[in-house]
Write a protein of this length. Structure first.
Lengths: 417, 414
């Protein structure tokens, strides 16, 4: 991120115009695309920018179970509408632990998991990195590429960051050897930011065997794993399988940090529902860690917003609600997988040059198409298809009605010289 | 297949010390655990009615109903939050006439209540004011103000505010300290219902601070957490804002709807900065967004949708004004009654300052030994700094509390 230069010699303390020297910040790479899409009046426009689920009718989707539970909560006169504790709703936190680490994880019983409710995935990451800065400061290793906001959050928290070569453009797969090599050169005590599943933006995840190799190098170099989990349920379609990496690392005895978001898998984007987990070695240390986590949270928002966490807690702690949610989630993730298949079929039918296997091989919300920034610009300007310049396409924006037009547009830009 | 276990006896977090938080957190927990029938919670940080119950405002309930009928989706709002909320918040904060003339110049961003406004505001200032610029905060102020300043990279310094002897504002001390502050300093000011003292500035004092501000190119940062909740009158409570903005001084304003709409659980606030023109406003918003993106990406919408509905619906707005007056008047009444009760009991001390103060809090000057006695003997819970929350008083407990205060202070005082 570009550091803004303060034009010291132009700041005039006697001037009333205290902000005149400030320059326009660039639009956010992701929110900026969403704004551009909204402003576009074309009837064929397609939104493949922000990672937000759409139905086959291109409409946003509110989970039926969410609607039901929101109604219950709003109509419950006994519910305390006041401040939540700094660390958030206790039921929600417990539910998050079980979903992430497993219902019967011994770490829960032993008090080794410190959990606090946070403002979505971003909030959890910021709290986690602020905590790291204060208590275990070290270099942070992020995947190349990674979600654009990771870099900003880490920088604002005052930490140095380096990249490990995650994506192999030639195979469009995970570069295991390169990653291990890079991490084995990392300073001891460095932090490694790992995507739990459905890597954003590539859609490419390590295999179980590759996760063990990552664990091995983390152990050898005493690296601290910092997991980002925003897509549990979206990778394999199975919520337990999707968090294999976290559960395996926990089983192997790692002390680590996990950021968890319910924006996508509960469709609670706008109520900012997330959690941070810190795994310690015993419950006395957990108490000290929690007290410091609370200080970090207190200085960002004092305490988190209630409604989203109440809804999520009702899902996470009630078997009937939980099962209803899992079923609905399967429908949502199933549609995305179907769109991957459809797009590949259309590209194959149109004999679009290139190998498009990665579209069905990658998992989760996104596909790293391999399109160049110039091709992406052309897709947007000429064909009104909105995606990130990195070539990242949100599959959740594809529908059975627009997939053919999308394939035709891709063919056109790929063949364009 | 690799099999190994990381050493369990090595602790990553062993050097993490126990974190000390502010005085509020322990008190409420102690109170809840107490089963003494006459216990009193004078550490409560949200409004209570005369029966000691939290209140859900009728205007808010109706607004929520209207919001739900719209069947809105859960999509991400923009990074700066809901535009309709921001406009409505700015309008009520700056007043209709100023808003009508100047709204294009006011950069606004929805934030996580008052804390979020201060965090985002301080981070923004740290990025754009000359390095070394200090934030001056009143002594005392909310515990988190200097902590947030530090987190944001700003140095903070106190200016005299509260005179513990007179229990009023030490205005000459305040003036001296702000006059000797470096030019261009940021000064944090509580617009109304000063927390934790309850001591507010009078209009003539605000005018003097305005002069000082102009003379020394001070950047005033107003924390307005209690608009309407203080006197019951939105305009009166924002008189400092009106004064400064009408005089053309660019201010920074943090607003919260926790208390005045009883929406504490939803964390609804607004940060705004008065800019020179629309172009500058857009630039400032873009920079606020850049910072907000790495704090929380975008704010939660539930509370904002409710607030926007109340503020923009004439009927609900009128209803809300009535409800505000009821809350403010009850607290004023408790202040007056408490002072009278202590006088009637024959306390040797002058407690009249309590009825002269505003809002939820009052610093009594009661010391640690007396606080301990109040808690252990009388089951009356107050804050570690001797502060009390007036909202915890009601017609049923006021005599009991007054008697207890008299007992612990009749032979001495701090």
């Amino acid at each position: 991120m570009q550091k803004l230069q303060l034009l010291q010699n132009q700041f005039n303390p006697t001037s009333d115009d205290i902000f005149f020297h400030i320059v326009q910040a660039p639009p956010d790479p992701i929110f900026g695309i969403a704004n551009a899409y909204k402003a576009d009046t074309s009837s064929t426009k397609i939104d493949l920018g922000v990672g937000a689920y759409r139905t086959d009718e291109e409409k946003p989707y509110v989970f039926e179970i969410i609607k039901k539970l929101e109604k219950e909560i709003v109509n419950d006169p006994t519910l305390n509408k006041e401040y939540l504790p700094i660390e958030g709703l206790a039921d929600f936190n417990k539910g998050c632990q079980k979903l992430m680490f497993g219902q019967n994880s011994p770490l829960i019983a032993s008090g080794q998991i410190v959990t606090a409710q946070c403002l979505g995935g971003t909030g959890a990451l910021r709290v986690g990195f602020e905590f790291v800065k204060r208590h275990i400061p070290g270099d942070v290793y992020v995947s190349k590429p990674t979600w654009s906001n990771h870099n900003q959050v880490i920088e604002r928290a005052g930490l140095n960051q380096f990249e490990y070569p995650y994506f192999e453009p030639k195979t469009k797969g995970f570069n295991c050897a390169g990653t291990i090599e890079c991490l084995s050169q990392a300073r001891m005590g460095s932090i490694v930011l790992l995507h739990v599943c459905a890597h954003n933006p590539t859609g490419v995840d390590p295999t179980e065997a590759e996760w063990l190799q990552i664990a091995d190098v983390c152990k050898k170099r005493r690296l601290v794993p910092f997991f980002d989990c925003a897509y549990q349920g979206f990778a394999s379609g199975c919520i337990e399988k999707d968090v294999f990496a976290v559960r395996k690392f926990a089983e192997l005895g790692f002390q680590m940090i996990v950021a968890q978001s319910f924006s996508k898998n509960m469709g609670l984007y706008n109520e900012r529902v997330g959690a941070i987990h810190i795994v310690t070695s015993n419950k006395d240390i957990s108490a000290r860690v929690l007290s410091n986590l609370k200080i970090v949270i207190r200085t960002i928002c004092s305490n988190p917003p209630a409604i989203g966490a109440r809804i999520a807690a009702k899902i996470l702690t009630d078997e009937k609600n939980f099962n209803a949610w899992v079923e609905e989630l399967k429908t949502v993730t199933g549609r995305i997988i179907k769109m991957r298949t459809l797009l590949k079929q259309e590209l194959d039918n149109l004999k679009v040059p290139g190998n498009w296997d990665h579209i069905t091989r990658q998992t989760g919300f996104f596909t790293f198409t391999g399109l160049t920034p110039e091709q992406c610009d052309l897709l947007t300007k000429q064909y009104h298809v909105y995606l990130l310049r990195s070539g990242r396409m949100s599959m959740a924006g594809i529908t059975s009605k627009n997939v053919r037009y999308l394939a035709e547009s891709i063919k056109a830009v790929v063949q364009n010289k | 297949m690799l099999c190994f276990k990381v050493m369990r006896n090595f602790s990553l977090w062993s050097s993490v010390p126990l974190g000390q938080l502010d005085s509020m957190s322990g008190v409420v927990a102690q109170y809840e655990a107490d089963d003494f029938p006459q216990k009193v919670n004078l550490g409560v940080n949200t409004y209570r009615d005369n029966n000691g119950n939290p209140v859900v405002l009728e205007s808010v309930t109706k607004a929520l109903q209207m919001v739900r009928e719209k069947k809105l989706d859960n999509e991400y709002p923009p990074i700066e939050g809901l535009q309709s909320f921001i406009e409505a918040a700015i309008k009520v904060g700056y007043g209709e006439s100023y808003y009508a003339k100047n709204n294009k110049n006011i950069a606004g961003c929805q934030v996580l209540s008052g804390t979020g406004a201060v965090r985002l505001g301080f981070e923004f200032l740290n990025k754009f004011v000359p390095s070394g610029t200090k934030v001056f905060v009143p002594n005392p102020t909310k515990n988190i103000h200097p902590i947030i300043a530090k987190m944001a990279g700003l140095q903070s310094q106190e200016y005299r505010y509260f005179d513990p002897i007179t229990k009023q504002v030490d205005f000459s001390g305040l003036s001296e300290d702000l006059y000797s502050a470096p030019n261009g300093s940021i000064v944090l000011l509580h617009a109304c219902s000063h927390n934790p003292t309850g001591c507010d500035l009078e209009l003539y004092q605000w005018k003097q601070i305005l002069d000082l501000t102009k003379q020394k190119q001070i950047l005033p940062f107003f924390d307005m957490t209690y608009q309407g909740f203080t006197s019951g009158d939105l305009e009166k409570d924002a008189q400092a804002i009106r004064l400064f903005t009408e005089a053309g001084v660019p201010i920074i304003l943090g607003q919260s709807f926790d208390k005045n709409m009883g929406l504490s659980g939803q964390r609804t606030g607004c940060l705004s900065l008065v800019c020179s023109n629309e172009k500058e406003k857009l630039i400032v918003v873009s920079q606020l967004n850049l910072i907000a993106r790495s704090l929380w990406s975008c704010p939660p919408v539930h509370g904002a949708r409710i607030v926007e509905t109340v503020l923009n619906n004439p009927e609900l707005f009128k209803l809300w004004l009535c409800e505000l007056r009821v809350m403010a008047q009850r607290m004023k009444k408790m202040r007056v009654s408490f002072t009278k009760a202590l006088k009637d009991i024959g306390s040797p001390h002058d407690w009249s300052y309590i009825s002269k103060q505003f809002g939820m809090y009052s610093l009594t000057g009661i010391g640690p030994a007396q606080i301990k006695e109040l808690i252990e003997k009388y089951h009356i819970y107050l804050l570690n700094n001797g502060g009390i929350s007036i909202a915890g008083l009601n017609e049923s407990n006021i005599k009991y509390v007054a008697q207890a205060f008299h007992e612990v202070t009749k032979h001495n005082f701090i």
